[in-house]
Design a binder for this molecule. Structure first.
Ligand code: MG
Ligand code: MG
Length: 248
């Protein structure tokens, strides 16, 4: 069942989303060559705690860190480590914050210093694909409309859309019904209603759509080692559109 959130729940989801967005803005300043992904994780933990929230992903299904940090060909779920960011890398931070039992979830891919133009292309168009998907959201639209818009945009730009991982509902659990795939057919899937809260999160590759999982059991990488980007917002469905809860 897809929950319709109450007024009170929406207020808490707004605060959780604001903390999530603020964590992104805070961490963005530290994304420079030489910083380790573990240092970013610690900064995220301290910031989220200082806001009266807790990191949604810490110990989620046993995930050993506060945020997911995925570099270059890593798609999602990278585990923070002693690896240092290098000039020319791209790095995806996936951040969740839980405030009074309600979650926000947002991912963004950043450049580490100057990057090759093909990487700028990937980031620009993955972010645009996210907003293409969001643009169709309103009461009465179908979940399939979102995936259709994302996939169409990505394919028009010659990019690979990851299909095995999908967006989701957000509430008392960071992952709730419904699944929100980044592909689909218009007019199919559950119908959106005012008061639903969903995370839309295209994961898009510069090469093919195929992915694999590393031996650590978490890190998803592209099969062809091509770079991958990830942009995600948690949004509230409204009568005429949507409100971004994880503004940055
Ligand atoms: Mg996320
Ligand atoms: Mg998510």
């Amino acid at each position: 069942m897809i929950e319709i959130k109450s007024k009170r729940e929406i207020e808490l989801l707004k605060i959780a989303g604001e903390i999530t967005g603020a964590t992104h803005l805070y961490l963005e300043k530290f994304i420079k060559p030489g910083i380790t992904t573990k240092e970013l994780d610690k900064l995220a933990y301290d910031f989220i705690i200082s806001k009266g929230a807790t990191p949604s992903f810490l110990n989620y299904d046993g995930f050993p860190a506060s945020i997911c940090v995925s570099i270059n060909e890593e798609v999602v779920h990278g585990i923070p480590s002693n690896r240092k960011l290098k000039k020319g890398d791209i790095v995806s931070l996936d951040i969740g914050a839980c405030y009074k039992g309600y979650h926000g979830d947002s991912a963004w891919t950043y450049k580490v210093g100057e990057v090759k133009s093909e990487l700028s292309y990937l980031l620009k168009h993955t972010e645009k694909a996210l907003f293409e998907g969001l643009s169709v959201i309103k009461e009465g639209a179908h979940i399939g409309d979102i995936g259709y818009a994302i996939e169409k945009y990505a394919l028009e730009h010659n990019l690979g859309v990851v299909k095995e991982l999908v967006g989701h509902g957000v509430g008392r659990n960071v992952h709730e019904e419904p699944d929100v795939p980044n592909y689909g057919k218009k007019g199919t899937g559950p119908v959106l209603k005012e008061g639903m809260v969903i995370a839309v999160e295209p994961m898009i590759n510069l090469g093919t759509a195929d992915i694999a999982i590393l031996d650590d059991g978490w890190t998803i990488v592209t099969m062809d080692d091509a770079p991958s980007a990830h942009f995600e917002h948690t949004v509230l469905v409204t009568k005429d559109g949507y409100t971004i809860l994880t503004k940055r």
